[in-house]
Design a protein around this ligand. Structure first.
Ligand SMILES: Cc1ncc(COP(=O)(O)O)c(C=O)c1O
Length: 387
């Protein structure tokens, strides 16, 4: 085989992720324009869905988001340390209420809003706020059916009453009320309406104890993009996927929603070989070549976020053509180049655009029975990133 030098030969010789922060800012603008009457809480948990926590959050702050949402106190503190101004609220919703007073106190000093979704959390936050001597802003979390964080309706009254009492004591201020819907990714599912009805009842109970909320939030990307604004219960939306340019609605591309993918992942092909029809390749001879052709070896595997079982098939693009992934090991995977020999060092686009071809995180997500968020969060974390 003879090849001439080509501009698509990867001279970095290593897999890498590239994060397009201007696309992230543009996506934030697009979401804002779609939802002009809502405040935007950008969800940047999971290292900003694998895009880099601090870099992504700063770009989103630049784009004017009012708040950031994260799971852990550590993520929230990292954001404040990195310079997210106090005018931008940061909400953290996943932390232990026991053996954790020092960290909770640190979060209060850093002006982090804390979610409270159990009596234990309420007690811990009250204890820490009293010891710090500063007022903490609290969002109450209601479990309307998902069964994870939050207090369910059967015991909601207890939490609402206790929260109101603590507020009266002056150590905490209840500013928010929120829930995560069980069918957050399927906005048309009637269960969502049932859960929102429970939520409204919970809100009324809380109000009956004198609580008033400045931030009520129930909607995430799929609902926010597909339902009329009037149906998005609350004044704030918590948006992750859409900001990162991954379509939250299966069967649609990000471009359909006016969003651009933010993460692209590429790797050089490190070996190309010709094999004859009938060759059985991969562990356990898992793949059989149906015709003579070329196989390319890509130096990424499940240690780097490539799912081992791409049972429904996934493609990468090389030189603007799709090629199927045929076997994934811990540190490498094989692609079927068919009759297209390419030079060693050619770039395989694993996520993102390559000429007319776009490899969408949701296609890879579907291949493992999941969504694009699982793919971007896997890929981003372990790879060197350029911004
Ligand atoms: C509590 C919470 N809010 C908001 C989001 C953002 O959802 P999405 O990425 O679909 O916008 C998530 C993500 O799973 C979440 O767990």
């Amino acid at each position: 085989m003879k090849f001439t030098a080509s501009s698509d030969v990867d001279r970095s010789c290593a897999p890498r992720a590239c994060v397009d922060l201007s696309a992230l800012r543009r996506n934030a603008d697009t979401v804002r324009k779609l939802l002009p009457s809502k405040r935007l809480m950008a969800v940047v948990k999971g290292d900003a869905y694998g895009h880099g926590l601090v870099e992504s959050a700063m770009a989103l702050v630049d784009a004017g988001v009012e708040a950031l949402g994260v799971a852990s106190l550590e993520e929230a503190l990292e954001l404040r340390d990195a310079g997210v101004p106090e005018a931008v609220r940061i909400l953290a919703w996943l932390y232990a209420p026991v053996h954790n007073d020092a960290r909770i106190a640190e979060a209060i000093r850093a002006r982090i809003d804390l979610s409270v979704g159990s009596m234990e959390h309420l007690a811990a936050v009250h204890r820490a706020a009293t010891s710090v001597g500063e007022l903490v802003r609290v969002h109450l979390e209601m479990d309307t059916g998902l069964g994870r964080g939050g207090v369910q309706m059967s015991v909601w009254d207890d939490l609402a009453r206790a929260a109101a009492l603590h507020e009266a004591s002056g150590a905490i201020r209840i500013v928010g009320l929120w829930t995560q819907l069980s069918y957050a990714d399927a906005p048309e599912d009637p269960v969502n309406e049932r859960q929102l009805a429970v939520f409204r009842r919970g809100e009324a109970v809380a109000q009956s104890y004198g609580l008033r909320f400045e931030a009520v939030h129930t909607s995430t990307s799929a609902r926010a993009l597909t339902r009329p604004t009037s149906e998005l219960y609350g004044d704030t939306v918590r948006i992750g996927l859409a900001l990162f340019g991954v379509s939250p609605v299966s069967g649609t591309s990000s471009h359909f929603w006016g969003l651009s993918p933010v993460l692209s992942v590429t790797a050089p092909i490190v070996q190309v070989k010709f094999l004859e029809a009938g060759a059985r390749i991969g562990y356990d001879e898992s793949h059989r070549l149906s015709r003579d052709g070329y196989i390319g070896l890509v130096p990424m595997g499940y240690a780097d976020g490539v799912p081992k079982y791409l049972s429904r098939g996934a493609d990468v693009s090389v030189r603007g053509r799709r090629h199927a992934v045929v076997a994934v090991n811990m540190d490498q995977f094989l692609i079927d180049l068919g009759r297209d020999p390419v030079p060693v060092g050619a770039v395989a686009t694993i996520l993102g655009s390559d000429g007319a071809v776009t490899i969408d995180a949701n296609d890879w997500g579907a291949a493992i029975g999941s969504y694009g968020d699982e793919i971007v969060v896997r890929f981003g974390a372990g790879l060197p990133r350029t911004y």
